[in-house]
Write a protein that binds this ligand. Structure first.
Ligand code: HEM
Length: 955
């Protein structure tokens, strides 16, 4: 697919081209932004490192030893790191542009102060404050680059940034050396002042705000998000017609930019991604979430130890090279340091492009993209950089050639382009949504390590000597880089089962146990209002819907502020938007569409029957719950994508779909109860397992269908149309359906339509087997229909709908065992709501648990706790059908009612008929004696529904 070129936006010029998603801005604007950031980071590092060549001059002026002068390097290094912790959260709340400008102004003021200092302590203070300010660009720079460059160019852009950073710290001493020698050390700070002033002017005129709220699918990597954006542009409208406004519309939460370019440059209000001051405290805490993430820890450690090595070199160079035999002056030291810049220049063209290339080729080879694919590029710093330290140490120790020593420092310094461009890209790709927070932690952490190394140098050197100290440093670098190997192989798996999710599941089970007990009051069947929370939830995940069903019906609700995942119908809190979205896809679930899905269902039913036949022949015990799950998933796969999951092939869940779905559902249930935790736990979620499994599966299969569709083969396929092909047809009309809609709908089908249907089939069969007289009654109804209608193969949905007792049995099973076992929650609208004697305030969550509602004796009768399908026939005879329906919630109620209801009834009724006409069932003795065991994790799943099948004589 050709890469999208935002030419349209470019043609519109500066006025509107900075509107919307920065990744779609014209290339020249993005490159100017990169240049500005590079300049800032260059000057910051020039200021921080350059002064090392002036040690001799400073020692003379302030009358102190070289050891004391370490402070003017080590504390500013620490301040650079601490600055990260402050500036990035501030930028999230107030905008990146204002924060960059404020930090530059402080930096400029401190550079001027440095010119006029009178004591060493004053110089240290000025430098600490200046570096604190300049620290803003260390994490905001990469964050801005990640805002404006697509993932595939990120590593290359980062390499330019890293080159500038290293340029500042490596060329800086050369410039400083010459200036100090010819004009004195204060001139070095004058130069810095001039450069920062220019940088500030450029920034004021040429740095638009880049904060932009992008929408992420759960578990998506940055590369995948970029692809989606391009897809969206190309498929929805075609690149020509596309304006970035189209994409902006996806998130109404983004501030409208470019009312006029110059007005934009000076508008500092509402540029944050979060709400100003109030969110500031929260933002400060966010980077620390990453201390548990292996990828971020690896980045901190590897970047830190190499930065430490480079700082040691620049600190020790004046001490080792000023005395005999080398006798280097300030300018000589500068030239020596410049030599190490060669390492950077040589490394630069290899680092970024190599990393990007490696990532792309491994992605092609493995047929999927993983952030860890970049890690093998660390082989180069592993082989080159630590030996550089050893070369330097041995040469200096033996008073060898100064040129060889310079080669050693160059080899070590090359790490500055290789290590960050790999490790930062990995983290930003793995955590696209929270990448800038991770960068804060990494930058602060690496500087902390470098600071630790720097302050310990005098004692360390004194204790073990030069060569041993360098050996220890090199060994540390090798050891840290080696950690990349397990990360490459297992990083993905580690992410799939993060501790925090395991903890979540544990807490979830514990909490749900109490919740279910307290909300399932067998003796207090009149309890209706099941849940009330004082705090309005910030992020709704599974079951926070906007309107009330039945008795809770209420009008409107405030708009969803910000959600970090794409809202499916389930998570859409905006009633108007929900209704528009629902209308777009409704036709695919309509009764007329259902007929076209019947062949898919028949196909899966035949496969299941063949397994049951074989089990009947062998007398094998079957796990009915498992087999119905295989059936329901395969049906949904075939109906949605035209392809089964393959579970009915042999009943084996080879791809561990069930595990992934279960983990996802545990997480969602837990978060549905404690929504405020979502913002902390979600970024720790895997990019490949649980949540992402369904997302990736869905994307992959939509892509396959799309290929077929574009080649024209799709149209030639047989008459049965699956969801995706129907949606692709709709997309080419003016239905308004987008690629994103197709994705969320198909994904919802799997999550919402598989387990629910399997559970319902299990419940029907379980209750029938526990009450054999009802089983006999149903079997004879089916047998009569088979003979009467001369059914040889599969019973049609239409035929099964004409069996009143079958319908009553299914309803009774849905009543006693609704698939969903937690309240169908609704958010109280701004006006508040009265329900019975209670008043609920805005933002409270209220809900009805269908398990409670369905046992209301005043509606369903005194025997509401018992299985008696006949009650449904009686309701009709008594003319109470409509009244009872108001309290019958297995598929929910109101505008949020289950869109797949008819589809699931089709699957259930057809399969039950097929099974009961063919087989007798023998329940496991244990379940016969006692009830079955079920687990409630939003869905109430059977645990031990096992038994045997026997073929019936007549079919
Ligand atoms: C026996 C099987 C099923 C049961 C018991 C069931 C139950 C439910 C429930 C309780 C809701 C929430 C309603 C509310 O909050 O008021 C729901 C919503 C939903 N269900 Fe089902 N469902 C079943 C099958 C299916 C199937 C087969 C599909 C799709 C293929 C599906 C797709 C959906 C969707 C997309 C929604 C969200 C609707 C919206 O918010 O507009 N369901 N379902």
């Amino acid at each position: 697919m050709a890469e999208y070129q935002p030419e349209t936006a470019a043609r519109k010029g500066w006025r509107t081209c900075t509107k919307g998603d920065p990744k779609l801005w014209p290339a020249y604007i993005r490159h100017i932004i990169l240049a500005n950031m590079c300049m800032f980071v260059f000057i910051g590092n020039l200021y921080a490192a350059g002064i090392s060549t002036g040690f001799a001059a400073l020692a003379t002026e302030f009358n102190v030893g070289f050891d004391k002068l370490n402070d003017i390097i080590s504390y500013p290094v620490l301040a650079l790191g601490v600055g990260n912790l402050f500036w990035t959260p501030a930028a999230i709340c107030f905008g990146k542009r204002p924060i960059i400008i404020v930090s530059m102004v402080i930096f400029l003021a401190c550079a001027i102060w440095s010119i006029y200092v009178k004591t060493l302590s004053e110089l240290v203070a000025a430098r600490v404050l200046a570096c604190f300010a300049a620290g803003s660009v260390e994490s905001l720079g990469p964050a801005i680059i990640a805002d404006v460059y697509q993932e595939r160019y990120f590593a290359s852009a980062m390499a330019v940034f890293s080159l500038s950073l290293s340029g500042g710290s490596q060329i800086g001493p050369t410039i400083a050396g010459f200036l100090i020698k010819s004009r004195g050390w204060r001139w070095f700070f004058i130069l810095n002042t001039i450069l920062i002033a220019c940088n500030l002017a450029f920034t004021l005129l040429l740095l638009p705000e880049t904060n932009y709220k992008r929408l992420f699918y759960e578990g998506e990597t940055a590369a995948e998000v970029d692809k989606s954006v391009v897809n969206e542009v190309e498929h929805v409208k075609g690149a020509e017609e596309f304006t970035t406004q189209d994409y902006t519309d996806h998130t109404s939460s983004n501030v409208e930019y470019a009312s006029s370019y110059f007005r934009d440059l000076f508008a500092f209000k509402s540029r944050g991604l979060e709400n100003g001051h109030t969110a500031l405290l929260k933002q400060f805490s966010l980077p620390f979430r990453f201390v548990l993430i292996p990828h971020a820890l690896f980045a901190v450690a590897s970047y830190g130890v190499f930065l430490g090595g480079i700082v040691i070199n620049s600190l020790l160079a004046p001490q080792l090279l000023s005395p005999p035999p080398y006798l280097l002056s300030s300018s000589g030291l500068g030239i020596f340091t410049l030599g190490s810049f060669v390492g950077i220049v040589l490394g630069y063209p290899i680092a970024g492009p190599l990393t990007d290339l490696l990532s792309r080729s491994l992605t092609r080879r493995c047929d999927r993209h993983l952030p860890e694919h970049r890690l093998p590029a660390l082989m180069i710093p592993f082989v080159v950089c630590p030996p550089g330290l050893l070369l330097f140490a041995y040469i200096i120790n033996q008073h060898g050639s100064i040129y060889s020593a310079a080669v050693g420092t160059a080899m070590q310094t090359a790490a500055l382009v290789f290590v960050p461009s790999v490790v930062l890209s990995v983290v930003v790709d793995a955590y696209p949504e929270a990448g800038s927070e991770a960068l804060v932690l990494i930058n602060a952490g690496k500087n902390l390590i470098a600071f630790g190394v720097t302050v310990s140098v005098p004692v360390w050197l004194h204790r073990v000597g030069l060569v041993k100290m360098y050996w220890q440093m090199a060994a540390t670098q090798w050891a840290v880089l080696s950690l990349g190997i397990p990360l490459f192989f297992f990083g993905n798996t580690i992410q799939s089962t993060p501790k925090v999710v395991a903890f979540g599941q544990l807490a979830n089970h514990f909490f749900l146990a109490t919740l279910v007990i307290s909300e399932f009051p067998r003796n207090q069947q009149e309890v209706w209002v099941t849940k009330l929370r004082a705090e309005p939830p910030q992020i709704a995940n599974l079951n926070c819907h906007a309107e009330m069903p039945a008795a809770l019906a209420q009008p409107k609700l405030g708009q969803l502020e910000h959600s970090c995942t794409l809202p499916s119908l389930f998570a859409d809190l905006n009633p108007q938007h929900h209704s528009i979205q629902r209308r777009k896809v409704a036709s695919a679930y309509s009764m007329s569409s259902l007929i076209s899905y019947e062949p898919f269902v028949d196909n899966c039913a035949s496969l299941l029957i063949s397994h049951f036949d074989a089990a009947a022949d062998s007398g094998k015990t079957l796990d009915f719950g498992h087999w119905f799950r295989c059936y329901a998933f395969d049906v949904i796969g075939e109906i949605t994508f035209g392809q089964r999951f393959g579970l009915l092939d042999d009943g084996i869940d080879k791809d561990e779909i069930f595990g992934a779905i279960d983990a996802r559902s545990s997480y969602s249930t837990f978060i549905g109860i404690f929504p405020w935790l979502h913002q902390f736990l979600f970024p720790l979620q895997p990019t490949t397992g649980n949540h992402a499994y369904v997302a990736k599966y869905t994307k992959h299969h939509i892509a396959l269908r799309e290929k077929l569709y574009q080649s024209g083969e799709e149209k030639l396929s047989n008459g049965s149309r699956d969801f995706v092909s129907k949606f692709l047809d709709l997309r080419s009309t003016d239905s308004g359906i987008t690629t994103t809609d197709i994705f969320t709908t198909c994904q919802s089908n799997i999550g919402a339509g598989s387990d629910t249907t399997a559970i319902t089939i299990s419940a029907v069969l379980y209750y029938l087997l526990k009450h054999p007289q009802t089983l006999r009654k149903l079997q004879s109804e089916i047998d009569v229909a088979v003979v009467k209608e001369s059914i040889t193969e599969h019973m049609s949905f239409k035929q099964s709908n004409q069996l009143p007792y079958l319908q009553a049995v299914i309803k009774e099973a849905l009543r006693l065992h609704s698939a969903t076992g937690l309240p169908l929650a609704r958010l109280v609208p701004p006006s508040g709501v009265d329900i019975g004697e209670f008043h609920f305030r805005k933002g409270a969550t209220v809900g009805i648990n269908s398990w409670v509602a369905h046992r209301k004796s005043s509606i369903f009768g005194q025997d509401a706790n018992n299985w008696r399908p006949e009650r449904w026939l009686e309701f009709e005879e008594e003319g109470r059908g409509a009244e009872v329906e108001k309290y019958f919630l297995p598929f929910g109620m109101g505008s949020r009612t289950c869109i797949g209801k008819n589809l699931s009834l089709l699957e259930v009724s057809k399969l039950i008929c097929e099974l009961l006409r063919r087989f007798e069932f023998q329940l496991d003795e244990q379940i016969l004696q006692k009830d079955w065991t079920t687990t409630n994790v939003w869905f109430v799943k059977p645990e031990n529904f096992i038994g045997k099948v026997i073929k019936r004589h007549s079919k």
